[in-house]
Ligand binder design. Structure first.
Ligand code: PLP
Length: 391
């Protein structure tokens, strides 16, 4: 089906920065710089600076970032790792595939792990927590860090959906970005600490539809820990230290392509202006739709928590009826995830009951949110949503 308003429009996105992308392509191709060259190093340096960590290591996917982070932390057989019940399945699969047991925790109204329920599931076997910053909004990291500290747990951030988001950390010290945050009309002075700089690692996906998307798969970890950065750098290349030729373990083939790195480096330069545009669109949706009582909008108004709107996920009491109406009227929407991952039989996970995840799974609907969308298209989405509720 051709939609009047697309969920994302990669071709239009390409056209908007065509000259820069084409120049990056010709530079890589004309030199034959395909594997682990300057473009990868440059992107890693710029990504680390953007996130505020000492290191970034380019990988093949967000899944690889999670997988290598768990291995770097020494987590494996017999260990338990806490993950949210509402996330993309890869968060959980990375835990299963290293031989550990995922322990699911329900989410709260903001779609992120419900911090009040974390301590209830901690056992002697618990070794780590993977909070997911879903849709561009961070999990409550100040509280999660406290819990991780109390029980000596490794913290790995699944930040795949939240590049550019942040929380003002009142207690922060060290390498953090000073910022003056203006929120809800009041002014808070604090240190803005970016997603991906709180845990042992931050895990990133550059899947094409992400806020920073490549033209194929890609991922990275960010970290302040030199040993972890070194481990990932070797393991992504089958365990080899490329300077000495020494193998440091049985590794994997999961290096970020140099060509993708060159494209991502171009796009990273535009990210701050793209996030600004996403926030404008979110504000427009909020102004126009917040009076509809059957529609819950993703504006949580927590002081110091910055939403970058990777997705603009609303909750409609009318569930499929609402999402199908939008589609029928030419608006491409996503309904991730109508069926929670733990309900898929082949994954052999225990469904111990996650009430919030159950309800939101029936209600979620992500409206078009991308930097290519025009004001007219946004108005059309608003008009169509309103017409559904005025029926
Ligand atoms: C929350 C979350 N975790 C993990 C992943 C996995 O990333 P990738 O698809 O790059 O492996 C994604 C992306 O799809 C994601 O959204």
């Amino acid at each position: 089906m051709t939609y009047k308003v697309k969920f994302v429009d990669p071709a239009k996105g390409y056209r908007s920065i065509k000259e820069e992308i084409d120049a990056a392509y010709f530079e890589v191709m004309s030199k034959g710089d395909l594997i682990d060259r300057g473009q990868l190093k440059s992107f890693e340096k710029n990504l680390a600076a953007f996130v505020g960590t000492k290191y970034a290591v380019g990988l093949n996917s967000g899944y690889d970032a999670l997988h290598l982070s768990l291995r770097a932390a020494g987590i494996g057989q017999g260990d338990e790792v806490i993950v949210p019940a509402h996330t993309f399945v890869a968060t959980c699969s990375a835990v299963v595939n290293i031989g550990a047991t995922p322990v699911l925790v329900d989410v709260g109204k903001d779609f992120n792990i419900n911090v009040d329920e974390i301590e209830e599931v901690i056992t002697d076997k618990t070794k780590g927590i993977i909070p997911v910053h879903l849709s561009g909004y961070m999990a409550d990291m100040p509280r999660i860090i406290e819990i991780a500290g109390k029980y000596n747990l490794v913290l790995i951030e699944d930040a795949c959906q939240s590049l550019g988001s942040s929380i003002v950390d009142q207690k922060s010290g060290g390498r953090r970005q000073e910022a003056e945050i203006r929120d809800q009309g009041s002014e808070t002075r604090g240190k803005k600490k970016m997603a991906g700089s709180w845990g042992l690692t931050g895990c990133w996906s550059f899947y094409p539809f992400k806020i920073l998307g490549g033209y194929g798969d890609g991922g990275a970890i960010t970290t302040d820990n030199r040993d972890v950065a070194m481990f990932a750098t070797q393991m992504r290349y089958n365990g080899e230290d490329r300077d000495t030729g020494e193998y440091h373990g049985h590794g994997f083939t999961c290096l970020l392509d140099n060509l993708q790195a060159a494209f991502l480096d171009v796009k990273l330069r535009h990210l701050p202006e793209w996030i600004k545009r996403r926030k404008e669109i979110a504000n427009r949706y909020r102004t126009a739709l917040s009076d509809i009582s059957d529609l819950l909008l993703p504006h949580y108004d927590r002081l110091g928590f910055d939403h970058v709107y990777q997705n603009y996920t609303v909750r409609s009491k009318q569930g499929n009826e609402f999402s199908e109406y939008l589609k029928k009227n030419g608006i491409e929407v996503l309904t991730q995830f109508r069926k929670p991952y733990y309900k898929h039989k082949a994954l052999k996970l225990e469904d111990s009951g996650f009430p919030e995840t159950e309800v939101l799974s029936r209600e979620v609907c992500s409206l078009p949110m991308n930097t290519e969308i025009t004001d007219e298209e946004v108005e059309y989405v608003i008009k169509t949503v309103r017409s559904f509720y005025n029926k």
